[in-house]
Design a protein around this ligand. Sequence first.
Ligand code: SF4
Length: 379
Amino acid sequence: MGEIGLYLHIPFCVRKCAYCDFLSFPAGEEMKKIYASALIREIRGYRNAAEDSKVTSIFLGGGTPSLMPVRQLRAVFQAIYDTFPVDKDAEITMEMNPGTVNEALMSFVFDSVNRVSLGMQSAVDEELVTLGRIHTFEDVRKSVELLRESGVKNLNLDLMSGIPGQTEASWARTLSAAVSLGPEHISAYSLIVEEGTPFFRMKEEGSLVLPDEETERRMYTMTRDVLARSGYAQYEFSNYAREGFRCRHNIRYWKRGDYLGFGVGAASLFRGSRWSNTRDVDEYIRLSPDPGALVRGMERLNKRAEIEEYMFLGLRMTEGVSSAAFREAFGVEIRDLYGDVIDRQIRSGLMDEPKEGTFRLTDRGIDISNVVLAEYLLD
Ligand code: SF4
């Protein structure tokens, strides 16, 4: 029986953050109800498609899943358990926005979820205002307290560096505040100014003052050092965990394992094909009785694209890629395709070989990963 992960997209947010280009928007209670019914129809439509796949991770993302009423969350989960064999040890993550964590959610969290990912972003309230977040750092602290009281034993905090106006000192404050909350996992991403967002428009107008590249690099190094000293091992460019708490769902993405995405705009990679659902929520709701009609951009991956993706994603992980796994996945030797690149990068100190046949980027390699990874494109 193959293993599979499920992603459920909940597109609702209280309001849009200034940097956000995710598929999310504010919605009323009626819309949430209608959307949950569509999600259930879509999930149930997969009854015969993946019955021989065991679900080992579920990720409830968004948007803000914690905005969904508990009754609807329960109904969606019932549809999952009716449709798929879910492993009893499956990792089940729910994303939450600190401004929306409340007592009413906790019964669902207690019996349906075993990992919570909380969007803290910063410990500095002025930075949270700049980002357009709906919460303060005090809300983060209270949310963590409530989640712990409710029995959550696997907690991630999402942090963001590169915020307009952020300094090395304020980033240090955020890191130390995050560590003091005692999460099992920390994700630290750097802000990307995406087209179509208010930040993008401000950048075009010249009114967005971002930390310069050198400061960003020092923040990245600081993140690695502070978190390592606090017991969080880096296992991916932006992800750090205490022993035994790496995110199994995200590792599946990086290792190109199978996953099915449900909900508007959700992406899937399943048995060598990749597709996304329509990004139009009205269309999603209308077509949800026929999951096949939701599919956009179905693509059968060719071997070359799969190999390139395997290297890009695999080298993001600090364990790197192994020759044996590569051979098993593609039936060719990694050195036959990439021997020259690997040797050159090892000579330049961008890559090392911690044990024979395993290749990973060094800290220097990670610092200039855009350039380093581009060398794994096949001609
Ligand atoms: S809470 Fe997340 S998904 Fe919602 S608007 Fe902000 S960044 Fe986007």
